[in-house]
Design a protein around this ligand. Structure first.
Ligand code: SAH
Length: 251
């Protein structure tokens, strides 16, 4: 059996009990080295065959899975957060289907949830919004025009934006062009749940500058929406010290 396991956002204690069990019982583990915390591999038994998929292509990854399955070995494919979001697992599952190799998915704690916990703030607040949109800016992976940031912004729901912090100035401009007031609260959480976690809170008008000043360019979640303002006094929200709040043992 092949298990696609959500590793969680970083903290090794945020994998599920089921995921940890699968990891400890696997004979072969293929982990997404760019984002999965390698500390999770301490859960593997001695002698486990471990592959880092960062240097492997799709055929190599599924090749390891198919071969291991035919040798009656249990395999864990470890993905960051939850595998169903930006995990590129569909193409792996499709190949396993063609090869008649059985698989299961064990979900994980997605990074948008760890980011909400880091702020910490509720994303669905009565009177503000009851909707959370998970999305990304277009990069090398295309995004359909009907899902452009500008059109999603018209709902003014809470938005959690993946894979986009390096384009934060353009993102903020699109969100404002789509309908969020420029004083809408916006947060950037870098490496949520990792030891170096950092969380910045500001507004759409200033979040890009703050993230730039803090040097946050990757592995960060952007959360935007009026819901984040509840519980903050406006004087906090726009206060420079509060906006530069660093957490954890970052810097
Ligand atoms: N499947 C993953 C997402 C993979 S895409 C999940 O469910 O979280 C990779 C993107 O996820 C990164 O660009 C970043 O936007 C976000 N991300 C992953 N881990 C993160 C973390 N610990 N803190 C903040 N953002 C994170």
């Amino acid at each position: 059996m092949i298990y696609f396991v959500g590793a969680g956002p970083g903290d090794p204690e945020l994998i599920t009990v089921k995921g940890a069990k699968a990891l400890s019982q696997a004979q072969v583990v293929i982990y997404a080295g760019s984002l999965v915390n390698p500390a999770l591999l301490d859960m593997c038994a001695k002698g486990t065959e471990i592959h880092n998929s960062a240097g492997m292509n799709l055929d190599e990854i599924t090749g390891v899975m198919v071969e291991a399955y035919r040798a009656a070995k249990e395999v864990v494919r470890l993905h960051t957060g939850d595998p169903s979001l930006y995990g590129a697992i569909q193409e792996q599952m499709d190949i396993l289907d063609q090869e008649a190799v059985p698989y299961k998915v064990i979900p994980g704690v997605s990074s948008f949830l760890a980011a909400a916990a880091a702020i910490p703030h509720e994303l669905t607040l009565p009177g503000f919004t009851q909707t959370v949109i998970l999305t990304r800016m277009e990069g090398r992976t295309p995004v359909p025009e009907r899902e452009s940031i500008r059109s999603l912004a018209t709902h003014r729901a809470t938005m959690c934006i993946f894979l986009s912090v390096h384009m934060l100035d353009k993102l903020a401009a699109e969100l404002i062009a789509g309908g969020y007031p420029d004083q809408t609260p916006a947060a950037v959480v870098e490496k949520a749940s990792w030891p170096g976690e950092r969380a910045l809170v500001g507004t759409l008008a200033n979040i890009a500058v703050k993230a730039h000043e803090a040097g946050i360019t990757r592995t960060a979640m952007i959360i935007v929406g009026e819901a984040l303002s509840a519980g903050y006094r406006p004087s906090y929200l726009y206060d420079a010290n509060f906006a530069h709040m660093y957490r954890g043992d970052g810097d």
